[in-house]
Ligand binder design. Structure first.
Ligand code: SER
Length: 856
């Protein structure tokens, strides 16, 4: 039975027993910031057991894409572990319980898959007599084959730390003695490879609270999980996951390209085959290798696999070539991989290229570090250097070290790493680093921010201080927005009858708002102050902030759902928006994004903001940015049906306030991350007016209507090209007339004709044509020189009969050095450049000497 048949058999078995077939959720769990990746089939159903979501079916069956890094060190070395795997599972929410779950599992294993009962064993939680009795009495298994195990083995802890959990019962398969540990007490539950756990039947009955206490679960039920890869191994009678049809084509390709034998390199090849599957799936979902969270795990996997390849002597990007094979193996169940394979491969390739630039040297440094050690521990700063300079994830260093019998000083590494982080943090962010004491008028812990609704308040100064030329003021309440979430801080005025401060920026210090500015009049006093935000500037910032939300939605509509926000900077005169995408946007795509947003602006859609719980927000489809910390209560900014994002920033009331939006640049900032710079409102209009006025003056100059400028310019470009070609032709003919003259001025050195000449051209092609002509003959060597773009350029040449004796590249190299530039080329034609035209004669004067030195 092949993988796809096994998938279908499983789904059909439970469909026939009243289960709704539910598709796999994404590898990135939606709205569950507790998990990096989906780690089990149950993750998407957590709220059905807890009763937080309404239940539309009480029985479900699914095949879930999962990614686990918990056994990463074992992957490839052991026969039963994968990072990426598919989990087959059947679920009940307040419906059937242990009896049906156990009976159906057994029926599926023994009657449908016809696995030999002799090879199957089961375990239950030691005090779960109910499950024990079902196995013994209802299923009728010999009680010697039922193992009672402790909580470590037979209690499923909640995924992500909270929610459904409970005792479980596992089904094991006896692979064979030869993959086991051979110990006399080896039996199911032993950590060796002999008895892999094939199916885990969990009986969720508790709802684990954030503080770890267990409450009864509202809809107790069933959660089973069975790795497709493990089951396939058993069904196909193999002794390793990597020998099934899910892996064979990948393994074969690795062997072919690296020219290695699987039998001799199993571990390395398994690692590569495993990791490329995880990478392909995750990248296809829009997670790209990076230095943080999910992206970091991908980077680790990729670099681990690359290191294995490198040891095979493959020193070019290679893993990306496996992407189409993974897509092909998985196409029946995951057709989206096929349509995304090119872009996935592109991203993996560019990430491979970046590590390959330092991998080889990093390995040399690693070995040097090891050989220079007096103890068996690699110090933290060496690990940091490998990480920082050579891109070695510390976990990879640790792994390499372990295999050579060394340890790494993790504490030391963390310390050096934290120091480095502190150093980068200091640049940019407001830090209370000034060693200046505050003058406190009254104690304060929180500033009340009222700037969503009003831009003018009466407030009290709680404390203040002078830092160099600036005054810093903390207020009891403030309408000034403090820099956060990419939006810059507000400017404005704080004043009363006896003083005035011009506020130039506002930043947060914990929960306090610090207003930074210049004291214009009087001194800070304890009278009430009036705070006024610069309204026009704030309005421009709000136009831009709403602009980021609109552009985010438009980019997803035009480019696809893999687009996610990666950062933003919202200022008054423009905004910047960074997002995940793997290639430059075409002009057509940019225009489409602009016109979508401008359409929404015309529609005058209301922008609503409200505060709700994180879960309610994410459930209703609001976009959260991964890695951002959100409290229980979050603010949602909703723009009709177009956009819903968690956001604490300030926004316009309606899209029409943006007036107009224009993308002014699109660039790549790192692998898989693009950046657009965008204008809105008056700034965008001004920019367009500037273009318009340029167009008008160009049309005046050309003597045509603005509407005809495009055709006219295209025609001029065409004409220009034709004229250049014609000029080149003429120059070519006339330059060849110089041949007899140059030949007549030859100098003879050791029987060789040396030809040296300055040539009146600004075209290097012409210089080459002339050199080619002069080269035809015997015993000829020469140097031609022109001034091109204000710099001397030399072409060196050698006739064919001399090329083994004198090389044009060497002459060029020597001339380059003499002229203060560089030079090189081929045996018969070379090129050199100089810096200063005034030294041209000096350089040419040395050519005969250089050539005679080379001849000798
Ligand atoms: N949640 C359990 C597991 O992942 C059963 O689905 O093993």
């Amino acid at each position: 039975m092949k993988a796809q048949e096994l998938r279908e058999t499983f789904l059909n078995f439970f469909k026939d027993r009243g289960h709704t077939v539910v598709g796999s959720s994404g590898l990135v769990p939606r709205g569950d910031p507790t998990l990096l990746f989906t780690s089990a089939g149950m993750v998407q159903f957590k709220k059905l057991w807890s009763g937080e979501s309404p239940i539309s079916y009480r029985r479900a069956v699914s095949i879930q894409k999962c990614l686990r890094a918990s056994d990463l060190d074992e992957v490839g070395r052991r026969v039963k572990y994968n990072t990426f795997f598919e989990m087959l599972g059947n679920f009940s929410f307040g419906d059937y319980f242990k009896l049906d779950a156990i009976k159906w599992a057994w029926e599926f294993m023994t009657k449908v898959l016809k696995l030999s009962e002799d090879k199957l064993y089961v375990s239950v939680l030691s005090d779960d007599t109910e499950a024990y009795k079902i196995w013994r009495d209802e299923v009728d298994i010999d009680n010697k084959k039922i193992f009672k195990l402790g909580k470590d083995d037979n209690f499923w802890l909640p995924a992500g730390g909270t929610g459904a959990c409970g005792p479980c019962s596992e089904i094991f398969y006896d692979l064979s003695e030869d993959v086991g540990c051979g110990k006399p007490d080896c039996r199911p539950g032993c950590k060796c490879d002999r008895f892999p756990e094939v199916w885990n039947l969990v009986f969720p009955q508790y709802d684990s609270q954030p503080d770890g206490t267990l409450k009864p679960l509202k809809n107790r039920g069933i959660d089973t999980g069975m790795g497709l890869e493990r089951l396939l191994m058993v069904v196909q009678g193999k002794k390793s996951l990597f020998e099934t049809d899910l892996f064979n084509p990948i393994v074969d390709e690795v062997c072919k390209i690296c020219d290695v034998k699987y039998e001799e390199n199993k571990v390395s090849i398994n690692i590569i085959a495993d990791h490329i599957r995880a990478l392909t799936f995750a990248v296809a979902e829009g997670v790209y290798p990076s230095n943080v969270s999910r992206g970091y795990l991908l980077r680790r996997l990729l670099r681990r696999a690359q290191r294995e390849m490198y040891e095979f002597g493959v020193k070019k990007p290679f893993l990306y070539k496996l992407v189409p094979i993974v897509a092909d193996v998985m196409r029946d169940c995951y057709p989206e991989l096929v349509s995304r394979r090119e872009s996935v491969a592109l991203i993996i390739k560019s990430e491979e290229e970046s590590f390959l630039r330092t991998l080889g040297q990093g390995l040399v440094v690693f070995n040097e570090v090891l050989s220079g050690l007096k103890s068996r521990t690699i110090p933290g700063d060496a690990v940091f250097k490998l990480y920082d300079t050579y891109g070695f994830p510390p976990e990879l260093v640790e792994e390499l070290a372990t295999h050579k019998g060394f340890k790494v000083d993790k504490v030391g590494f963390d310390k050096v790493m934290n120091e480095a982080k502190e150093r980068t943090k200091m640049t940019g962010k407001f830090k209370d680093s000034a060693k200046v004491d505050w003058t406190e008028i009254f104690p304060i812990t929180v500033t009340d921010f009222v700037g969503y609704k009003v831009l003018r308040t009466r407030s009290k100064v709680a404390k203040w201080r002078q830092v160099n030329d600036n005054i810093e003021i903390v207020l009891d309440r403030s309408p000034f927005y403090a820099e956060a979430g990419g939006q810059i801080g507000d400017c404005g005025k704080i004043y009363n009858s006896s003083m005035e401060v011009e506020v130039l920026d506002t930043k947060k210090l914990g929960d306090l708002y610090v207003h930074i500015g210049k004291l214009k009049k009087g001194n800070i006093n304890n009278k009430m102050v009036i705070c006024e935000v610069d309204k026009d500037r704030r309005k421009a910032v709000e136009q831009n902030h709403t602009g980021t939300h609109l552009i985010h939605s438009a980019l997803r509509k035009v480019l696809g759902d893999h687009v996610h926000q990666d950062g933003s900077l919202v200022e008054a005169d423009r905004f910047r928006f960074d997002f995940t995408h793997f290639k430059p946007l075409s002009n057509y795509e940019i225009e489409k994004v602009e016109s979508l947003v401008n359409g929404w602006i015309l529609e005058n859609i209301t922008v609503k903001t409200y505060v709700t719980s994180f879960d309610a927000a994410v459930d209703s489809g609001a976009t959260a940015i991964f890695g951002e910390k959100y409290g229980d209560k979050v603010r949602v900014v909703r723009i009709g049906d177009i956009s819903m994002e968690l956001c604490g920033g300030t926004h316009v009331r309606s899209t029409a306030e943006l007036i107009f939006l224009k993308i002014i640049s699109e660039t790549g900032i790192h692998t898989g991350i693009r950046r657009v710079e965008v204008l809105t409102g008056a700034t965008a209009i001004k920019r367009l007016m500037g273009y318009e006025s340029d167009l008008v003056s160009i049309s005046d100059r050309l003597g045509v209507e603005p509407s005809q400028v495009k055709d006219k310019v295209y025609n001029l470009i065409e004409d220009n090209k034709k004229l250049r070609d014609r000029l080149m032709e003429l120059e070519r003919v006339s330059i060849l007339n110089l041949v007899p003259e140059i030949l007549s001025k030859k100098e003879v050195i050791d029987g060789i004709d040396v030809l040296i000449s300055k040539v009146p051209t600004e075209n290097i092609e012409i210089l080459r044509i002339l050199a080619d002509k002069l080269r035809v003959g015997s015993q000829r060597v020469g140097v031609l020189c022109s001034v091109i773009n204000g710099k001397p350029v030399f072409i060196t040449f050698v006739s064919d009969d001399l090329k083994s004796q004198i090389k044009a590249s060497i002459i060029a190299n020597k001339i380059g050095k003499l002229a203060g530039g560089g030079g090189g080329g081929k045996d018969t034609i070379g090129q050199a450049g100089g810096k200063d035209t005034s030294e041209l004669d000096y350089v040419l004067g040395h050519v005969p000497r250089l050539i005679s030195e080379i001849i000798k």
